[in-house]
Structures are given as C-alpha cells and as structure tokens.
Design a protein around this ligand. Structure first.
Ligand code: MG
Length: 265
C-alpha cells in the first residue's frame, strides 16, 4: 500500500514539473515570437545608441585623427633596431622617406600592437640590381611574425606565394597591383590578431585583408601561423607585439614613408 502511495506522489510531482517546463517553453516561444515578428513601423528597426566616435581625416595626408603616426619622415622615434634594440641606422631621406640600409637588420616599432588598421607606403629601388627574391625584397611583419611580402615583381617572376602582396608562403595575392619599379606603392592592411585558449592553442586564427594601391589582394585570409622561409607555420601563443620591417640583406634599397596605424578592438 505504501508503494502505491509513493508512486502516486512521484507521478504527481513529475506531472507538476512537466507542466512548469511547458509553461516556461510557451513563455520563451511567445517572447521569441515577439522578437521575430516583422516590424511594421520604421522606428522599430532604428538604433540610436551607442554613437560611433567622431574622427577627422586630414584630406592632404589621409591620416585619421585617431591614428598613431609611426613615421612621417621626421625621425625614427617610434622605431628601434630588431637585433639589439638600439637606435635605427636606416637612411632618413629628404623626401620624408626612409630606406633600408643593407646589413643593418630589421627595424620594429617600440610599441606593441594587437589588431590594427595599418597604412604604409613603399617603393622598390629604381635600379634593378638582382632577380627573383633578391630584387627589392622587404616585408611588413604583423605582430613580429606574420609577413606581408614586399618585392619588385615587375618582369621578375618568383614563386607566387612569395610574390608582392603575398602572405609569405601562405596566400597568393588575388591580383598583382604593383606600381612600376621605383614608384611608390600603398598598402592598407586590416589585421585581426589570433586568439589563444588557456592551453596556448589557437582558438581563433588571425585574419588579414590587404589593399594594394587601393585594390583588394588579400580578402580576410586566415593566417596559418608564422610565415616561415623553411618549414611549416608555427603557432606559439603570444600577446601584443611590434610591427617589423624587413632588411632582406640583398642591397635591395626598399624605401618607406607615411606609416600610421589605428588600433582595433
Ligand atoms: Mg620579404
């Protein structure tokens, strides 16, 4: 008899719980229905807050008011030598540009960066001194390890995942949009840093979009890891890192000017 009473009580509790669940799901369904219901007034799809921050862009230089100017031709104050953190010994030119000084090594920003919008202008040496990868080879390294290739590819074929506008050894550019040898190029880069989990593994790959002279050449490419000359990409966890410019040590004489960066969140 006791067992019968116990079973009766349990079934009552179960039915009660089930009813509560049903009530809850009906409420959620009703709420969901409200959300997905087609708006009938224009105000229902208007959002007024938060307002985007107001910035200004200098029409002549193209530099936004919220950018960090990394190089305007005045000095190397934002840069150091990568090999020993001493003052930069590259050449500072009268036309507000700088030129790689052969064998002086890479240079990098004093500041560390994560995700950025980066503007940088570069030109190859007007004098053709070599072929293949040794003709005006340089590069922009995001977070000190992911290289966007710079190379004078005009009448100078090389492996296409190492040509101008390539993510070195990882992604062939969509088109070759290079200026003539010895003339200025513009790179506009949108870079999102990788996310690492607590065990140091990549949970979200870094991505890069590159406009070369205003033309899309890398379209939200997912970076595989470090851009190695030999070997597979590596993925050791890291935080913010400097932006680095390459001295390929081939007397390439690549020049840079008008470098600015906006930090992205
Ligand atoms: Mg390079």
């Amino acid at each position: 008899m006791k067992k019968i009473i116990l079973l009766f009580c349990l079934s009552f509790v179960f039915v009660g719980c089930n009813q509560t669940t049903n009530k809850k799901s009906i409420t959620e369904e009703t709420t969901t229905n409200k959300v997905v219901k087609e708006p009938t007034k224009p105000e229902e799809t208007e959002i007024w807050e938060p307002k985007p921050k107001v910035i200004h862009v200098d029409y002549k230089t193209g530099i936004p008011s919220d950018a960090i100017v990394l190089f305007d031709g005045t000095d190397f104050n934002e840069w150091i030598s990568s090999k020993d953190s001493t003052a930069v010994k590259w050449l500072l030119n009268k036309d507000n540009s700088m030129t790689v000084k052969d064998k002086e090594g890479d240079i990098q920003t004093k500041r560390n960066f994560g995700s950025v919008q980066l503007h940088i202008e570069w030109k190859s040496n007007s004098e053709v001194r070599a072929n293949g990868q040794n003709r005006s080879n340089s590069g922009v390294f995001l977070q000190n390890r992911y290289e966007v290739q710079i190379l004078d590819n005009n009448n100078n074929d090389t492996y296409v995942n190492g040509q101008v506008g390539a993510i070195y050894k990882q992604s062939i550019p969509l088109v070759k949009a290079a200026s003539k040898t010895g003339e200025w190029n513009r790179y506009d880069i949108i870079y999102h840093q990788p996310i690492f989990d607590t065990k140091g593994k990549v949970s979200k790959k870094a991505t890069i979009t590159l406009l070369h002279n205003g033309i899309l050449v890398q379209d939200h490419f997912k970076i595989k890891g470090t851009t190695e000359y030999i070997g597979w990409p590596k993925n050791n966890a890291h935080g913010k890192q400097p932006i680095k410019l390459q001295d390929h040590q081939d007397k390439s004489g690549v020049s840079y000017k008008n470098i600015w960066v906006r930090e992205l969140k």
